[in-house]
Write a protein that binds this ligand. Structure first.
Ligand code: UT7
Length: 332
């Protein structure tokens, strides 16, 4: 789905992120499951990941990241018209994490909702925010990607527990002159491949009973090699779609921020798009795969390091369970 630009444009005016303090290294994992630092680094590029404390949940991390984004945008929570939280690990099924966040922030005039698109959750949410602003429905949107994957991972399953981490990123998106800010968006899904990455239990199909818990239906199930096959092609196609929409070429791009699922996927995307290493924003070694939070955390770090300059052209490219994939192209 190409996000046709509406009459008014939308720009990112504030960026924030948060990762929990606790670090789990590959060497810690060696003591928990049959794995090795060598296997994890060579197959995924991950060296360590962050996980929440017993008291923390998604809305807490989203709150930290959102306050930072609002501060950079120079806005108060009550200025926000709409809150969209991309997540597959909400605090609870009801109310939405968006509503919980609205309450925490005191964003009294906002509508709030969650958007479920797995690792593409942030990019999808940003595309929806841009469309809503373009249509003239809202002027100021808070977009969050947040995940507490440590709560839905089977820490005895070496195929998944070595890959994922927790964290949050947020941006403020505001009405801007047409042709500035967000220049292209793209979203695509393929529901026929849903079983490559899913959590079978805990919903209306298989509410969790004792039998389900014993079978581990509350945990993420992943066919990593199956996902790998589609990832590079889907991400390259998504990148190209946003560029085409904006009438720009890959040579115009300053930074590409890919979803951080696997360094080999990221490197495949880089090579196919003929980008330089220094144009790729990569933190998978320190943060792991944080699903919908991975892109806004990487964007937040880039911004914090002072590497994101006014006028830079940035391409965000996501791929994940669903399957879902997409991209957002914006000028800082
Ligand atoms: O973020 C959402 C989207 N996610 C993705 O796109 C993930 C895409 N997939 C991947 O990143 C990779 O497929 C993985 C990193 C998950 C796995 O890498 P792989 O090269 O595809 O390995 P594999 O799954 O084919 O497993 C190879 C072997 C297997 O052993 P056998 O069956 O060949 O004897 C696994 O049992 O490695 C074994 N293995 C491990 N060994 C040590 C799997 N996990 C581990 C582990 N430590 N943690």
């Amino acid at each position: 789905m190409k996000g046709k630009n509406g009459t008014s444009g939308a720009k990112i005016s504030g960026i924030g992120y948060y990762v929990p303090e606790k670090v789990i290294t590959n060497f810690d994992l060696e003591k928990m499951v049959d794995t090795s630092d060598e296997w994890i680094v060579s197959r995924s590029g991950i060296r360590e990941r962050r996980v929440v404390s017993a008291e923390e949940a998604s809305s807490d991390m989203a709150h930290h990241a959102s306050r930072e984004a609002l501060r950079e945008a120079g806005l108060k929570p009550r200025d926000i018209d709409l809150i969209i939280v991309g997540t597959v690990t909400p605090d609870m099924p009801l109310p939405s994490t968006g509503c919980i966040l609205q309450d925490r922030l005191g964003a009294k005039k906002a509508a709030a909702l969650d958007l479920s698109a797995a690792c593409s959750g942030f990019v999808y949410s940003l595309a929806v925010a841009q469309s809503m602003i373009g249509m003239g429905k809202v002027e100021k949107v808070l977009v969050v990607g947040v995940e507490t994957l440590s709560r839905i991972i089977d820490w005895k399953d070496r195929k998944t527990c070595v890959l994922f981490g927790d964290g949050a990123g947020a941006v403020v998106v505001e009405k801007a002159p047409a042709g500035s800010g967000i220049l292209g968006t793209f979203m695509q899904s393929d529901g026929t491949l849903g079983e490559l990455l899913y959590v079978p239990g805990g919903g209306s199909r298989r509410p969790l009973d004792e039998k389900g818990l014993r079978e581990g239906l509350q945990y993420v199930k992943m066919k990593g090699d199956g996902l790998f096959k589609y990832a590079v092609r889907a991400m390259v196609g998504a990148a190209q779609a946003s560029l085409d929409q904006a009438g720009l070429a890959v040579e115009d791009v300053d930074y590409l921020i890919p979803h951080q699922a696997n360094i080999r996927i990221i490197e495949g995307v880089r090579r196919r798009l003929k980008l330089k290493h220094e144009q790729m924003v990569i933190n998978i070694d320190r943060i792991g795969n944080t699903s919908s939070a991975s892109i806004p955390i990487a964007l937040g770090e880039l911004n914090e390091q002072g590497r994101l300059k006014d006028g830079d052209l940035v391409l965000l490219v996501a791929f994940g369970g669903g399957l879902t994939w997409g991209s957002v192209l914006f000028r800082r």
